[in-house]
Design a protein around this ligand. Structure first.
Ligand SMILES: [Zn+2]
Length: 122
């Protein structure tokens, strides 16, 4: 389970990563890895797109969505162990999972630093 203090990598959890701070918290969603319920805005969204699973940090992508805590442990588990693939009902290769996990970790570091320089969606 993620805690509220942050991760060993120094990435804080419990902060909105999908939409800007200040936007009212809307509905809750469940993490595909640890099943914790959190406000949607605090979770990282992935969407089932035409070419497979894609990150959807803006949470605006059309299609079936799956959510993950902004926690490296949940991201790794959700992507590599099939939680997200099950939620999205689409197979996810280890190669794809690794690519998405790497993207997500870079993205969270960017959020943490508050920089606009967020990695391009692979
Ligand atoms: Zn989680």
């Amino acid at each position: 389970m993620p805690d509220r203090e942050g991760t060993p990598e120094g990435i804080p959890v419990g902060i909105p990563v999908g939409i800007p701070v200040g936007v009212p918290v809307g509905p809750q969603r469940r993490c595909a890895a640890c099943r914790a319920r959190r406000p949607k805005a605090e979770l990282l969204r992935f969407v089932r797109g035409p070419g497979g699973v894609e990150p959807d940090p803006g949470q605006v992508g059309r299609g079936r969505g799956g959510y993950c805590c902004p926690d490296p442990a949940c991201i790794e588990r959700g992507l590599r162990r099939g939680g997200l693939a099950r939620t999205l009902r689409i197979p996810l290769s280890q190669e794809e999972a690794g690519r998405l996990a790497a993207w997500a970790l870079e993205y969270l570091k960017g959020v943490h630093r508050g920089t606009a320089a967020r990695p391009r969606i692979p």
